[in-house]
Design a protein. Structure first.
Length: 124
């Protein structure tokens, strides 16, 4: 039996989004929010979450429990080996859910990319 890892998703992996099928067979625990210090930037059709100096900034998403095979597949999908994203442990502030989870933090520059704040998809 493989271990289950809490994983915070905030973009195209969320339910109803284009890549949600990559979490098929995993367990969604519900809506979740990061602790302070994160924001989203609009990349090319998907968001990138980055650390933000603003203590008021946060990101909303979903918390999932994923098995090891799913986590390895998501690392490939998110381009971890290529340096597109880093999988990191972060603090969540959602009552009733685990306080620490893994997530994918964008690892490249967001200079020139529109900041969209807390939620994906962005309000137009």
């Amino acid at each position: 039996m493989s271990a289950l890892t809490p994983l915070f998703v905030y973009g195209t992996l969320k339910r109803g989004q284009p890549a949600a099928s990559r979490l098929a067979g995993q367990r969604c625990l519900g809506p979740a929010q990061t602790g302070p210090g994160f924001t989203l930037h609009h990349l090319d059709g998907y968001p990138g979450m980055v650390r933000q100096q603003d203590p008021e900034a946060f990101v909303t998403g979903e918390l999932w429990l994923v098995d090891d095979a799913c986590l390895r597949a998501l690392d490939d999908y998110e381009g971890v080996a290529e340096g597109l994203y880093r999988r990191e442990s972060i603090t969540l502030v959602t009552p009733g859910l685990p306080a620490v989870a893994h997530t994918y933090v964008y690892a490249r520059s967001v200079i020139g990319r529109r900041r969209i704040g807390a939620a994906w998809p962005p309000a137009e």
